[in-house]
Design a protein. Structure first.
Length: 102
C-alpha cells in the first residue's frame, strides 16, 4: 500500500511540471531602458525568430543572435553595447528586466 501511495505522489509531482516554453514572439517592439538619472531611453527592435532579433539605432541595424532561454527568462547579448539584457518573459509578450553592462 505504501508503495502505491509513493508511486501516486511521484506521478502527480511529475505531471505538474510546466512544459510550456516561454520564447520571444516574432514582431516589432519598443523597448525602454531607464538610465541612472531616471530618464527613459526608448529603442526599437524586431524579433525575427526565437533566436534572432534586430535592434534599430537611427539608420544602423544591429543583428543579435546570442539569445538564450532559461525557465521564464531570456538573456540577450548585445554585441555593440557591451552588455546583455536579462529579462523575465510574461505571457510571451512582455519583458521586464535589466541591462547588465560587462
Amino acid at each position: 500500500m505504501k508503495k502505491l501511495i509513493v508511486l501516486l505522489v511521484l506521478c502527480l509531482t511529475f505531471s505538474c511540471v510546466n512544459t510550456e516554453k516561454n520564447v520571444l514572439i516574432e514582431g516589432n517592439y519598443i523597448g525602454l531602458i531607464e538610465t541612472k538619472d531616471h530618464q527613459q531611453l526608448p529603442f526599437n527592435f524586431k524579433v525575427t525568430s526565437a533566436n534572432t532579433l534586430e535592434v534599430y539605432n537611427a539608420e544602423e541595424v544591429i543583428e543579435v543572435n546570442e539569445i538564450t532561454y532559461r525557465n521564464d527568462s531570456v538573456y540577450i547579448k548585445m554585441p555593440v553595447f557591451e552588455g546583455y539584457l536579462s529579462a523575465k518573459i510574461s505571457n510571451n509578450q512582455t519583458l521586464n528586466g535589466f541591462f547588465i553592462k560587462e
